[in-house]
Ligand binder design. Structure first.
Ligand SMILES: C[S@@+](CC[C@H](N)C(=O)[O-])C[C@H]1O[C@@H](n2cnc3c(N)ncnc32)[C@H](O)[C@@H]1O
Length: 389
């Protein structure tokens, strides 16, 4: 049994905790920006492959009190780093530091790197190189006051990189955030769902994978697969089982539809759908949201509209986009539940609807609300009530 810490978008900790429980993790406890849990190495692998909301999965290797450089050096040397990599492989150290003996992150990261490399040199001669882009062993130091924890990062590249996206939309929603937001809704994964401002189709792909029981990590590899103590059999079994579940799940894809007014976004979305194994399975149209007619009336609508900066006065263009959402919901989504991500309360008013639930969640640096609206099936537009969002 070993201790892990998985990170996620702020606000989605409870969603991540539920995912971990479902995976069979032990001692799951949500904290700000992540969840601690316990398990064996294969559980760590399963976490990389299956967690939809997690950004990183890290295994705790050492923890201790650190008052100065020497304490940190000694703590780092208590770990046998040669269990993870050989001197022919690479490493990188990333640090998060608050109220510690060091006043920046670079110095303690350097101390850890030196301690690891010295251990290799002292015991065998050669030391591993540093590779900041794609290290075989990504090490994370968290130093808060005098409390230090050293982790090895199972994923390497953050887990929201699912392995299907080559071109980014200019304001994409990170895949792990999109998946966590979907998991926070009450969508039953069988009813029709649409996104009238789908951009690069992040919500649609995550929704399809959720509904078809496809592991979000199936298209990529993870740093831990390259470690010396990697359990190749456990990995093979996990991947085989995930492939079987994905194949069986494809028959359960509900009607999903997307739309965006930007032709470039639709082209990126089409490409992403193909790479994600969903070519021809999700209907995409190009046009203004107010004219969007999904092939099947939606039961669930998810939207990540443009909202500019949180406290900026909304531009006319932004207001028009939010009004278009209101018009679409009233005209084409009666009886559905809509979820809208808003980073600007000034804009939210322009929907002309009153939210029945508001989940505070971050999208990158912006504090947002994931707002739920029940669309009346007799819907006549409700008058806008300032401040009622
Ligand atoms: C924040 S982006 C959505 C990003 C998307 N969630 C993704 O991950 O790629 C907002 C999208 O809304 C689209 N949009 C804005 N106003 C629109 C309107 N009135 N009708 C249709 N699409 C609109 C933009 O073209 C843009 O792609």
């Amino acid at each position: 049994m070993t201790a892990f810490y998985a990170t996620c978008t702020l606000g989605l900790e409870d969603v991540l905790a539920a995912e971990l429980q479902a995976l069979g993790a032990g001692e799951v406890h949500a904290r700000k920006g992540g969840c601690g849990f316990t398990g064996d190495l294969p559980l760590g692998y399963a976490a990389c492959l299956w967690l939809r909301t997690a950004v990183r999965v890290q295994q705790e290797l050492a923890r201790g009190r650190v008052r100065d450089r020497d304490d940190l050096y000694r703590l780092t040397q208590t770990v046998d780093w040669r269990r993870s990599i050989t001197h022919l492989q690479t490493l990188a150290v990333d640090a998060a530091v608050r109220d510690s003996f060091a006043n920046d992150t670079r110095f303690p990261a350097l101390v850890v790197k030196d301690a690891v490399c010295d251990q290799f040199r002292d015991r065998g001669g050669k030391r591993p190189d540093v590779d900041r882009e794609r290290p075989d062993l990504p090490i994370k130091l968290v130093l808060q006051g005098e409390d230090a924890i050293l982790y090895r990062d199972f994923g390497g590249a953050p887990l929201h990189k699912r392995g299907y996206r080559e071109i980014q939309h200019k304001s994409p929603l990170a895949e792990a955030t999109a998946a966590g937001l979907l998991l926070a809704t009450d969508w039953d994964r069988r009813s029709p769902l649409c996104d009238p401002m789908c951009g690069s189709a992040t919500f649609l792909i995550e929704a399809a994978w959720l509904a078809t029981d496809r592991a979000p990590g199936l298209l990529r590899t993870f740093a831990c697969e390259r470690w010396r103590d990697a359990d190749a059999t456990a990995w093979r079994n996990l991947r085989d089982q995930a492939e079987r579940r994905a194949a069986a799940g494809l028959g359960h894809l509900p009607p999903l539809a997307g739309n965006d007014r930007h032709p470039g976004a639709i082209a990126i979305a089409q490409q992403a759908l193909s790479a994600a194994g969903l070519a021809g399975r999700i209907a995409l149209t190009q046009g203004d949201a107010r004219d969007f007619v999904p092939g099947v009336p939606p039961r669930a609508v998810v939207i990540n509209p443009p909202y500019g900066e949180r406290l900026d006065a909304p531009t006319e263009e932004l207001v028009a986009s939010w009004r278009a959402i209101g018009e679409f919901l009233h005209a084409r989504a009666r009886g559905a539940t809509a979820w809208v991500l808003s980073g600007n309360p000034e804009l939210t008013r322009h929907l002309g609807l009153r939210a029945s639930r508001r989940l505070p969640v971050h999208n990158g640096p912006i504090e947002c609300r994931w707002l739920r609206y029940e669309i009346d099936d007799r819907a006549a537009p409700t008058p806008i009530v300032p401040g009622s969002v």
